[in-house]
Design a protein around this ligand. Structure first.
Ligand code: ZN
Length: 157
């Protein structure tokens, strides 16, 4: 049995800013309205459910709230240098320099802030919040950057 949670229909998403250094167009700082989806595969348990929808939505919201209205920076990029100093985040990306208030920036442990990498990040964050018992066999997490394009990461359990 598969559960599907659609972040667009549930209103679970986040608005955030990112860039992809070296990309023709996406090297410029820009934003997306992202949403989070979950597909969960498993057996129906004695309660008649595969998993509690409330708990799944709560886990999605935790990640959405963490990333919402943030400038997302890749903390592990070899093209981006990030120095945090006096509550200011100074970023050098190839030949560009930026400076942001620290409270506006979330530095993620990723080498790129792409939909693909955000899907992997979100998958880990969601798995970390759930107690997925032996009856759950697979979880897939999708991140859409706008309607119609997104990336999915999955884990067999
Ligand atoms: Zn983008």
């Amino acid at each position: 049995m598969k559960l599907k949670l659609d972040g667009w229909k549930l209103g679970i998403g986040f608005s955030a800013c990112h860039f992809l250094p070296g990309h023709d167009k996406c090297n410029r700082l820009h934003g997306h309205n992202y949403t989070i989806h979950i597909h969960l595969t498993g057996e129906v348990d004695d309660s008649g459910m595969v998993y509690d929808f409330v708990k799944l939505k709560k886990a999605m919201k935790v990640v959405a709230d963490e990333l919402d209205h943030c400038i997302l920076m890749p903390g592990k990029s070899d093209k981006v240098t990030i120095i945090v100093e006096n509550y200011q985040v100074n970023v050098t990306a190839l030949d560009k320099k930026y400076s942001f208030p620290e409270c506006d920036v979330t530095i993620l442990d990723l080498d790129k802030i792409s939909a693909e990498k955000l899907a992997e990040y979100t998958l880990e964050k969601i798995i970390g919040q759930l107690e997925l018992g032996s009856k759950i066999t697979k979880i897939k997490v999708g991140i859409d950057e706008g309607i119609g394009q997104g990336a999915w990461a999955s884990r067999d359990l």
